[in-house]
Design a protein around this ligand. Structure first.
Ligand code: PXL
Length: 269
């Protein structure tokens, strides 16, 4: 039986991040992809030229159409734009008992453009993180959510414990933003409330990492939709993103997208 997954996120017209990355990833993993768009962005590999949030009604209307007819096995959130959309998405998720929820707490784009209003960070903490089966911040996002400085792995583990206490059942703090001097490995840490697990790969020095966070959390979502465990889903996400970064496409003139075909093409390392 075909498994369905839903992304609630922003559109990246350039195709590297946001719902486009999510849907490509779902497709690669043989999961039927659906999307509820929260905002349309105008962007390319040089940066974000425009952000056009949709109304709360437009977001809820999309979710209602999906829920009434196409119930998803797993759901992820990406760019949620503002407090109002977070409150309503959280309410919808709660009232539909969507428990297979991956929250990617998207805040800023690679070039620094804001994808979530500052005041909305509290709404993420109070409303959405308690509903998350898995939350997948990078280090700067984990710092913003917890108010902690994360300068080393001990602090990263402490932040993961704080995010667990906020209600996320599993916390993945990704290592892509570890300072380069610190590590030739990119190590992601998973905490399930009892144990820490580490997933490492050799760091790939490339500017073509646009959409890595979206893609990583989309893999987890697709794998959960097919019934895999959180641990196995995170491991697959690590392999998928390592392949996608290692074998980049060379598209655009600056921060190019990752290669969503690479994992299935056997590029996983
Ligand atoms: O990777 C974060 C992200 C999420 N969603 C959208 C984006 C980006 C980064 O550019 O454009 C729509």
């Amino acid at each position: 039986m075909i498994k369905k997954a839903l992304t609630i996120a922003g559109s990246d017209c350039g195709g590297g991040a946001g719902i486009q990355a999510d849907l490509k990833t779902f497709q690669e993993l043989n999961v039927y992809g659906m999307s509820a768009i929260t905002a349309v962005t105008a962007q390319n590999t040089r940066g974000v030229q425009g952000v056009y949030p949709l109304s709360r009604e437009a977001v809820i209307d999309q979710l209602t159409s999906i829920a009434e007819d196409l119930s998803p096995k797993a759901i992820k959130t990406g760019m949620l734009v503002n407090e109002d959309i977070i409150y309503h998405v959280a309410d919808f998720v709660r009232s539909h008992s969507w428990t297979n929820l991956v929250v990617d707490p998207v805040m800023v784009a690679k070039g620094g453009a804001t994808l979530l209003e500052r005041e909305a960070v509290n709404a993420l903490v109070n409303e959405l993180i308690p509903l998350a089966l898995v939350v997948t911040p990078n280090i700067p996002e984990a710092e913003a959510l917890t108010g902690m400085d994360i300068l080393n792995d001990i602090e990263r583990k402490k932040a993961a414990m704080v995010l667990f206490q906020m209600g996320a059942k599993h916390v993945v703090i990704k290592g892509g933003h570890q300072s380069h001097a610190q590590s030739l490995q990119a190590t992601d840490i998973l905490f399930d409330g009892k144990r820490f697990y580490e997933f490492s790969s050799p760091r790939v020095f490339t500017p073509h990492t646009h959409g890595t966070g979206c893609t990583f959390s989309a893999v987890i979502t697709a794998q959960l939709a097919k019934g895999h465990t959180v641990y196995d889903s995170v491991q697959t996400a690590k392999h998928f993103i390592t392949a996608a970064i290692s074998d980049s496409l060379g598209i655009g003139s600056e921060h190019g997208p990752t290669n969503h075909w690479a994992y299935q093409a056997g590029m996983n390392v």
